[in-house]
Design a protein around this ligand. Structure first.
Ligand code: SF4
Length: 243
């Protein structure tokens, strides 16, 4: 799987942004996250080797993991990205966003009912954001939809918005001051997915993790391994590429 970050930088936008890993990484390096800049790998999907082959291999490409792909500051650059995505039909581009309300204004004219090689993940960190973003998301013409509840900051009822969704991801927050993740919220979300035959993946525990009413503090290195150990993922054929 490849990573493509055509630009970098972002602004905190909602509750889930408090311990954003991009802000934390930049702070360590003394970089201003609020400065939105194109990166050297802007053209990565169409860069070629001397042999003429594309450098980026076919398959799943994680797009915009050092930004939000729908950031307004990048409006002037996004058209070139769509051109590259259109050109690389052998790749599937996945991006996550907390700004789904901007989606309709950000797609190219020939978007139609969506492109088969684009997966959009709508991030909802609590019930408030689920009710705000998912009614918009559910109406959008997108062929492959994921819902990302990470960091999950409250129980989330989203069953009514699962039509056409291929995968729901749950995960906790990672930070010394992280807000706790209650395992009961995760299990409840999983049940909602099972009832609607939607794939579900528990990606990481929270630094502060509540199970059976008891709070545990976990090391960053163990967050994903502990979630995997729970062994509660549910996979349908439609989400096979995300396993
Ligand atoms: S929208 Fe995403 S990338 Fe931007 S600040 Fe929030 S968590 Fe970070």
């Amino acid at each position: 799987m490849a990573m493509w970050n055509p630009w970098r930088g972002c602004h905190r936008y909602s509750e889930g942004c408090r311990f954003c890993y991009i802000h934390k990484g930049d702070a360590k390096r003394g970089v201003d996250t609020g400065r939105i800049e194109k990166t050297d790998s802007f053209d990565a999907p169409i860069a070629r080797k001397n042999s003429g082959e594309y450098r980026m291999k076919p398959g799943l490409v994680y797009l915009g993991f050092s930004t939000d792909f729908l950031l307004p500051e990048a409006d002037a650059w996004r058209g070139d990205c769509w051109d590259m995505i259109r050109q690389r039909q052998d790749c599937t581009f996945l991006f996550l966003t907390k700004r789904i309300e901007r989606f309709a204004a950000c797609v190219p004219e020939d978007w139609g009912d969506g492109w088969d090689n684009v997966v959009v993940g709508c991030t909802v960190e609590n019930q408030r954001r689920a009710e705000e973003r998912l009614p918009i998301f559910s109406r959008l013409p997108i062929r492959h939809k994921n819902i990302i509840c990470q960091p999950m900051l409250s129980p989330i009822r989203l069953e009514q918005y699962l039509d056409g969704v291929e995968l729901v991801v749950a995960g906790g927050e990672s930070d010394r001051f992280a807000r706790p993740l209650d395992y009961d919220w995760v299990l409840d979300l999983r049940e909602q997915c099972i009832r609607r035959s939607v794939s579900f993946s528990f990606r990481q525990c929270g630094t502060h993790f509540i199970k059976d009413g008891r709070e545990y503090t976990l090391q960053k290195k163990d967050l994903c391994a502990q979630a995997r150990k729970a062994n509660i993922d549910v996979w349908m054929e439609t989400a096979a590429m995300f396993r």
